[in-house]
Design a binder for this molecule. Structure first.
Ligand code: DQA
Length: 137
């Protein structure tokens, strides 16, 4: 089974960025642990701060991978283009968030990903990614 974890803008700063909201581990450390725990899964990781690169990645994997776990960061709340990319591919996408976006500012309650996603997991810290992975398995 081939799964891509795709992280959007500012998620490269995990560990340093607003640790009271996003925690103090880096994504790289978390990803290494996840790969060890799910050694049978072909797990890949890509991060970009650039909207077009996220769309290109979705197009690249979207007809061959079994699943995408997508945290589009703030693009979740703004990007019609990422929403359309998900509509255009075959691979199912699960939207994840580290924080509970619904308990935060109202602009975070809108998602252009959710209507096109298989499901949404938010508010469980980095464990949100693992829960999404479990759901694909
Ligand atoms: C986030 C929530 C978004 O609102 C925010 O812009 C992020 C991170 C999360 O994982 O909680 O960058 O997607």
């Amino acid at each position: 089974m081939k799964i891509l974890i795709l992280n959007g803008p500012n998620l490269n700063l995990l560990g340093k960025r607003e640790p009271e909201i996003y925690g103090s581990s880096t994504f790289e450390d978390f990803f290494m642990e996840l790969k060890k725990k799910y050694a049978d899964v072909e797990l890949e990781y890509f991060q970009s701060n650039i909207e077009g690169e996220i769309i290109n990645k979705l197009h690249e994997v979207g007809f061959s991978f079994d699943g995408v776990i997508l945290n589009a960061g703030a693009y979740t709340h703004t990007s019609v283009a990422i929403g359309d990319a998900i509509k255009g591919i075959k691979t199912p996408v699960i939207e994840v968030h580290i924080s509970n976006v619904h308990s935060r500012e109202s602009f975070r309650h809108t998602s252009y990903i959710a209507p096109n996603a298989k499901g949404v997991i938010a508010g469980f810290g980095l464990q949100s990614y693992e829960l999404a992975l479990e759901s694909f398995l």
